[in-house]
Each structure stands twice: as C-alpha cells, then as structure tokens.
Ligand binder design. Structure first.
Ligand code: COA
Length: 309
C-alpha cells in the first residue's frame, strides 16, 4: 500500500507521511494469509540459510500480538505447519520487542546446552488491527515476518549482552482496548473502531527515543564497548525520526544504521528480524562485526541485544 493509496482513504499526503515517518510503502497480507503463514515462510528461508531441517529445531519462539487464534499459540500453529516434531513452541506477546525478547530467552538455552537449535520469529498481521479511518496510526503499519536460527558458534560469535525492560504504567499509550476478556467485542465497539490499535503517537515517540538509547548504551557498556565499535545498528523501524535521534544519541553515523522503513513501515515484532535478514543478505554484516539490535513497542516494552556475528 503506497502513500498515494492512503491519500484516497484519509486526510493525509505523501509529503506529510514521508517527512514525519520516512514511510513510502507497506506490505498488506491478503485476506487468506495469516501471521502463521508469513512466519512459516520466514522460518523455511531461515532454516534453508542455516542448513538445518525441521527435525533439528529444539525450540520455536514466536513474537506476535496478532496471532491466528487465541488458543493454540501462534508458535504451535507454526510448529504444525513446519513439522517441527522435536521442538517446544511458545509465544511472546511483547509487541515490537518480541524478536529481541526471543533472542534473550533463547541465549541461555543454548549456553546451557550447546547442541540446541532455536528458531526465533517475529510475525504480524497488523492490518487486522489497524484502524483505516485514523490517519494518526493507519499510515504507519504493515504486515511481515522475519526469522533466525540460533545455534552455538565455535568461532567466537554469539549474543554478547542483552537488556529487557517494560513499564506497564504506560500501557494505554499504545493499546487495543477491545477484544480481550475484560472488554469483549460488541457490535458497538467494532463499529466505533475501538477494537483496533489506539496510540498517543507523540508521547510514545519521546519514550521510544529515550529508552532505546538507554537500552543500547546498557548492552554496549555491559560488553565493554562504545558506539564506535558497532559495525551496524539494526533498530526497530517505527519512525525515521526516532532512528535519527537514536543514532545521534549513540554518536553512530547514519551510514552504520540499517534502514528499510520506507518499504515496510512499522511491522512490530517482524521489524528487527526483517531488517537483520535484509542487511545480512545484502552483505552488510561480516564475521566478527558487532551488530546492535534495539526495539521498542506497546506495553510499553523495550530491549536491546548486542551480537558478535
Ligand atoms: N497525515 C496528516 N496529518 C496527520 C497525520 C497524517 N497521517 N497524522 C497525524 N496528523 C496530524 C495530527 O492530526 C496533528 O494535527 P493538529 O496539529 O492539527 O492536531 C499533526 O499532524 C501533528 O500530530 P502529532 O501526532 O503531534 O505528529 P507527530 O509529529 O508526533 O507524528 C507520529 C505522528 C505518529 C508519526 C509520531 O508521533 C510517531 O511516529 N510516534 C511514535 C510511533 C511509534 O513508534 N509507535 C510504535 C512504537 S512501536
């Protein structure tokens, strides 16, 4: 969906969207494609790249806030689609931080048992919870999935340090009020669009810049490194102005920050793995490079992971 498509839906303009967000296009899944389909495709590609088969996977962790069902978990649906017969599969509902939380949880599993292989996925069908009458949110979001296979590295690479934090007091700055057990769907709520994402954009913006910077500095400090040591920052792609502000605070030149927001918009938990995969396939990451992953999302929740490639 292009910015021109949104000009026909709400009172907005290509110029406003690009200058305020950096987004030009987003991908919208067909009606019969769900998060588990996108996740399964991403997982197949990741397993192919890692040279492993479905039987090799011990753990599947799926970050999503837009699962196909409430029960079973998205992870169990994906497990069935992929035939991960030897795995345990579970979800993390950490919005845009889901992939980084997944890496953080998988890391000690592999450190404890270096034979383990973990598949970590972020997948979202955000179009299913986007209010296409609200110009303040609808232009931002897209659908996607991204995945990575994690295994012990004998060449000194790995996840060096991680950080996770949340502040539930700020939950209503970005939420879906209707649809849970407390406020179930009713015709009136659905009619009023209260079953979709609701966001206080400018307030979320300020917290995002502050906390993504703090999380990044924390994982760098824990590893005894500074922004100068980072070959590539892969930030959550929510808004180009948030990414610019983060790069400035970390004193990292924009040439060392991976950006693909213009093509996909904000894809929540899929954003970081999608960007990581694109950067990797484009040859932007070399063995021995330090790569900083950092994300922020509804909860509010945020986190960072420092990876030696
Ligand atoms: N087109 C045109 N005008 C728009 C618009 C759109 N799509 N969306 C909002 N506006 C208007 C507002 O109505 C407001 O108009 P007003 O001054 O007449 O009231 C004006 O633009 C400024 O709105 P504001 O919300 O202050 O804009 P902003 O500069 O903060 O940008 C966001 C809005 C949503 C792009 C920005 O706040 C943002 O990206 N926030 C963080 C989002 C985020 O990261 N969310 C997820 C975390 S994972």
């Amino acid at each position: 969906m292009t910015n021109a498509d949104f000009e026909k839906l709400v009172d907005t303009s290509d110029e406003w969207i690009i200058s305020r967000t950096g987004i030009k296009e987003r991908r919208i899944a067909d009606a019969d494609m769900f998060g588990s389909d996108m996740a399964s495709n991403a997982c197949r590609n990741a397993m192919e790249m890692a040279g492993c088969s479905p039987e090799d996977i011990d753990v599947l962790i799926v970050g999503t806030v837009t699962p196909d069902y409430r029960l079973p978990s998205e992870a169990c649906v994906v497990q069935e689609k992929l035939g991960l017969v030897n795995a345990v599969a579970f979800d993390i509902a950490a919005a845009c931080t889901g992939f980084i939380n997944g890496l953080t949880i998988a890391r000690p599993m592999i450190e404890t048992d270096p034979t383990k292989k973990c598949l970590v996925v972020g997948c979202e069908k955000l179009s299913s919870i986007t209010n296409y009458k609200d110009r303040g949110t609808c232009v931002l979001f897209g659908d996607a999935a991204g995945a990575a296979v994690l295994a012990a590295d004998t060449n000194g690479g790995g996840i060096i340090s991680t950080f996770m934090k949340s502040d539930g007091r700020l939950g209503e700055l970005l939420w879906q009020e209707i649809g849970g057990t407390k406020n179930p769907y009713t015709p009136e709520n659905v009619y009023n669009g209260r079953d979709k994402l609701i966001m206080s954009g400018s307030e979320v913006f300020k917290v995002a810049v502050r906390e993504m910077s703090i999380a990044s500095e924390k994982v760098l400090k824990d590893a005894g490194l500074t922004g100068d040591d980072i070959s590539l920052v892969i930030p959550h792609q929510a808004n180009i102005r948030i990414i610019d502000a983060l790069a400035k605070r970390l004193k990292v030149d924009k040439s060392r920050v991976f950006i693909n927001i213009e093509k996909y918009g904000n894809t929540s938990s899929a954003s970081v793995p999608l960007a990581l995969d694109e950067a990797n396939r484009q040859g932007k990451i070399k063995p021995g490079d330090y790569v900083l992953l950092v994300a922020f999302g509804g909860g509010l929740i945020w986190g960072a992971a420092l990876v030696k490639w």
